[in-house]
Design a protein around this ligand. Sequence first.
Ligand code: ZN
Length: 282
Amino acid sequence: MHLTGYSGLRPLPPAGDAERYVLCFSRYVVVDRKILKRPFTLERPPDWICPECSIGVLRIDSQTFHHQERAESRDHSHDAWEPDWIRYSFCCMARCTNDKCTETVSLSGSGSVDWSVYENERGHLEEIYADHFSPKYFEPPLKIIALPEECPDSVSEQVVESFRLVFASPSAAANSIRVAVEQLLTELKIKRFNVVNGKRRYISLHQRIDLLPSKYSELKDIILAIKWLGNTGSHSRGAITFDDVMDAYEFLEHILVEIYAQKSKKLKARAKTVNKKKGPAK
Ligand SMILES: [Zn+2]
């Protein structure tokens, strides 16, 4: 039997406890990457954290949600046709639920039809076909990791650029993270080039990482891991997965916290001692 009557957007049960990709928001974001990766249904969208206030979550404005079937799948006349051959493009607006913020975010991406499990009125689990959507772009982009306030702009701008790319092109995002590391080394005063016979010879990222002073020695391996992921992202498109980029974010977040946030914590503690003693801390 051919399922030719599929008209899209089958009803699913109410969302209930919507899924959150942020598990902890005390100081640093902890990302549940599974929820960011998984296609969503309109009835059960994930709680994307607002990129403006980091407090509210984004809710899709259903009146702005548009999806259309792509040309590649519009012919349903094949004998073996099944609804899961359908491919969509979609776009919509989402708004932050924090009434002090109400940021608006546009998102767009692709969609398909897939099986979805739901509980019927008798409490039995049933499978039905439902439309599933995968965002490729958010504008402004979601914050995948939180950056310490002390992180220099030259680094954070590159990281934000990677947030913009991460769903559409993990390879391009990994490359942006690699550039952020180059900027970080420059901020840490690691030289970028040698002058040989009056000419500048640029130093490779690997060599620059080796030039880090000993106080950063525990971070070298982690920085090198980001370099390798970024190199793969630059040289072979498609070889880097969303999970690889999430690994790079976790490495980068650790490095930035160790370099900037910890330093700030120590400075604040020292200032507190000076203030308490109203003079030099011994
Ligand atoms: Zn907000």
